[in-house]
Design a protein around this ligand. Structure first.
Ligand SMILES: [Zn+2]
Length: 64
């Protein structure tokens, strides 16, 4: 059974994708990141976004 998960980049609910640091990244965004490897813009965005999300989780753990 495939469970739809929210992609951390496009925020669409998708079935197919990969998991990075307990986060879900959909196939389309993964492909875009790989293809945009020369400019790193999306990759930089993704890293920034993941840091933000991880920070949010940490806050949640600290404050219940
Ligand atoms: Zn996506």
């Amino acid at each position: 059974m495939n469970e739809k998960k929210e992609c951390i980049v496009c925020r669409q609910k998708r079935e197919r994708g990969i998991h990075i640091l307990n986060r879900f990244l959909c196939d389309d965004c993964e492909k875009e990141i790989i293809e945009s490897d020369s400019n790193h813009i999306l990759y930089t965005y993704l890293v920034w976004r993941m840091r933000f999300l991880i920070h949010q989780d940490t806050e949640k753990e600290l404050h219940g």
